[in-house]
Design a protein around this ligand. Structure first.
Ligand code: AHR
Length: 625
């Protein structure tokens, strides 16, 4: 494969290009990125997921436990609490099973707290204990409870690692210290968090995302922003402020969301990873197919305007002042996405007719610099109305994905595309002419290498049209190995840190996003696309010349010979390629993706020659400062 890269006639690329999409699916928020370790910590629920449950809690010793709605609840938002009674003179208490176990890591300082009311007067021990009774760390709390709710804090630091996450958190006391009953609520335990934030995020998962060099953060994205049915939508007002004021939300993926991971936490997440928020707002459409009538749509439009005021307004505004009272200065919001996949489920006509226009008109009037994004996109046909951008989702099989290298070539730069979700979800069928995707066909459990390379081709297709793009995000980002609804996912994890697994697709994004082309340059190439696909350009910051290459479906190593206009004999740079066996997947906690890096030097005629394996993704970078 031989090609040359020109030095003029290119175009500026999007400064975003690669990002992260997040919704709480697969217990990726609660039990995932949100670092809280206690499951069902505040007995939240509603008529979708009942709150009258002691799920994930077990009695210890002589205790009996139940949930109660007391006449004096902890707060209006958290009306249900755990009631404990006990008899005899032995030990009593209760334990939590965590999000399918607890991580125990030597040297971690865990910080916990709980609220109690009722008749407990004495010492309460909180202990991180293995299922075979190894006590890894404990704290002692002197409790003198009364009819008033009181908060107690505790900390402990294990001195050894547990070999697995088969551990519980036990709360015990002498039964004789209990008169009548005691009530507990908002029982919490956090390990160290990313950037040491209170109510923060899990370090290894944040570090994994940071490794992708992401530039934007689409959140809350996906179905979860829509809500199952009225009145349940991702109501941002219920996700801010003290945890005692957050009632929780019946997530759309089969479990309650605590909303401990709320709007402010999303903004901190974006800030900590240096990403611009692509803010998802509810668009007046619920997953049961209900579209809010035109006469009521302003309620949701106003909620979006209030949300923007909360995030960006100064202290003279109502919501800006509230944000300041929480200790936060204004954030910057450059993108708002209205809804999610509103073309599906019958919502499309109302979206086009009045829902999207109502949001667009109101938001653009007040925030003319914000890019407003429609939640669906038909690249082949309908372009978004007004000056809007559009969110294009692509879930496909590898053959279909690899075919899309030129998909965006004839598109306009007037309505830049956000690829808000993409992923290979199934293996190729082997059927070269039949339907590309069969609903219900078995999915891949995790990304696999040839699928990941086909995603690289799709991403390079976006890069070659980067003047028409905002950027691309894989979806979903995470899979909790203990409870998941959607496969495959970018990163797998469970409570045991050693099980965090960065998929083959993760490694593709890491490579492509880690080196950015800021100006695409024209390529002179006489051949056909495939098995080699490539883009080329310059990076204005480092001054380097860059070629990004994917090799797919080749039967042997593919030789390359390429040159850059303006790069002469003897110029040096580096070639990095990643490769793996065609059909392989990353095992739990492991990695089969090999990375090879070489120094390359231009020959006398100025060309760089090298070979790449049959399924590989490569970056050639010359002259980086
Ligand atoms: O990413 C999983 C789901 O796929 C999202 O919730 C939805 O937007 C899409 O259909």
């Amino acid at each position: 494969v031989s090609f040359s890269v020109g030095s003029t006639g290119g175009n500026a690329t999007s400064p975003y290009q690669y990002g992260i999409m997040f919704e709480d699916i697969n217990n990726s928020g609660d039990g995932g990125v949100y670092a809280e370790l206690i499951q069902n910590r505040a007995f939240q629920g509603n008529d979708v997921y009942p709150s009258n449950t002691t799920a994930y809690w077990n009695p210890l010793g002589s205790a009996e436990i139940s949930v109660q709605n007391l006449s004096t609840p902890l707060s209006a938002a958290l009306p249900t609490s755990l009631q404990v009674t006990a008899s005899g003179s032995g030990t009593a208490g209760f334990s939590n099973v965590g999000f399918w176990g607890f991580p125990v890591v030597a040297g971690w300082e865990y910080k916990g707290s709980f609220y109690v009311s009722g008749g407990l007067d004495g010492n309460l021990t909180v202990c991180l204990t293995s299922n075979d009774n190894v006590q890894y760390a404990e704290a002692s709390v002197e409790v003198a409870s009364s009819d008033e709710w009181t908060q107690y804090n505790y900390t402990f630091t294990p001195t050894v690692d547990a070999p697995n996450s088969n551990n519980t958190l036990n709360f015990t006391f002498a039964a004789s210290d209990l008169t009548g009953s005691a009530n507990f609520n908002l029982l919490s335990l956090f390990p160290p968090t990313y950037n040491n934030r209170e109510n923060g995020l899990r370090i290894d998962l944040m570090e994994a995302m940071d490794g992708l060099n992401p530039s934007f953060f689409r959140a809350p994205g996906g179905n979860n922003v829509e809500g199952l049915r009225e009145p349940y939508w991702w109501n941002w007002t219920q996700t801010i402020g003290p945890l005692t004021d957050r009632p929780g939300f019946p997530g759309t993926w089969g479990y309650e969301n605590t909303d401990g991971l709320g709007l402010v936490e999303y903004m901190n997440w974006a800030k900590d990873l240096n990403m611009d928020i692509v803010l998802g707002v509810h668009a007046g459409y619920f997953l049961d197919g209900t579209a809010v009538p035109e006469s009521e749509i302003q309620i949701y439009v106003q909620a979006a305007l209030d949300e923007l005021e909360f995030l960006t307004g100064d202290a003279s505004t109502t919501w800006g002042a509230y944000r300041e009272s929480l200790g936060y200065g204004p954030w910057v919001v450059n993108f708002v996405e209205v809804g999610n996949e509103d073309s599906l489920g019958g919502g499309g006509p109302t979206y086009a007719a009045y829902r999207f226009p109502a949001f667009y008109n109101a938001i653009s009037a007040k925030y003319p610099d914000i890019t407003i994004i429609t939640s669906y996109y038909d690249v082949d046909g309908v372009t978004p109305p007004f000056n809007a951008s559009g969110d294009f989702h692509e879930y496909a099989i590898p053959r279909q994905m690899a075919d899309q290298f030129t998909y965006f070539d004839n598109y306009t730069s007037a309505h830049p595309i956000l690829i808000g979700e993409y992923a290979i979800i199934e293996y190729d069928t082997g059927n070269k002419t039949g339907p590309e995707w069969t609903p219900g066909a078995p999915r891949a459990f995790v990304p696999f290498w040839y699928g990941s390379v086909s995603e690289a081709i799709f991403l390079l297709g976006a890069e070659r049209n980067s003047d028409k793009m905002i950027g691309a995000a894989y979806a979903p980002g995470f899979q909790n190995l203990n409870r998941w609804e959607w496969i495959p996912d970018l990163i797998e994890f469970d409570a045991y840190p050693g099980h965090t697994t960065l998929s083959t697709s993760y490694h593709v994004i890491k490579l492509l996003s880690g080196t950015r082309i800021t100006e695409n340059l024209p390529i002179e190439y006489d051949g056909v696309w495939g098995p080699a696909f490539f883009v080329a350009g310059r990076n204005a910051v480092t001054g380097s010349h860059i070629a990004k290459i994917a090799v797919y479906n080749a039967t042997e190593e593919v030789p390359f010979d390429l040159s850059f206009d303006g790069v002469g004999a003897g110029a040096t740079g580096s070639l990095t390629y990643i490769t793996a066996p065609m059909n392989s997947t990353n095992p739990i906690g492991g990695n089969i993706v090999e990375t090879h890096t070489f120094t390359v030097t231009a020959a006398r005629n100025g060309s760089f020659t090298f070979e790449l394996p049959p399924y590989s993704v490569a970056i050639l970078e010359i002259g980086a400062a």
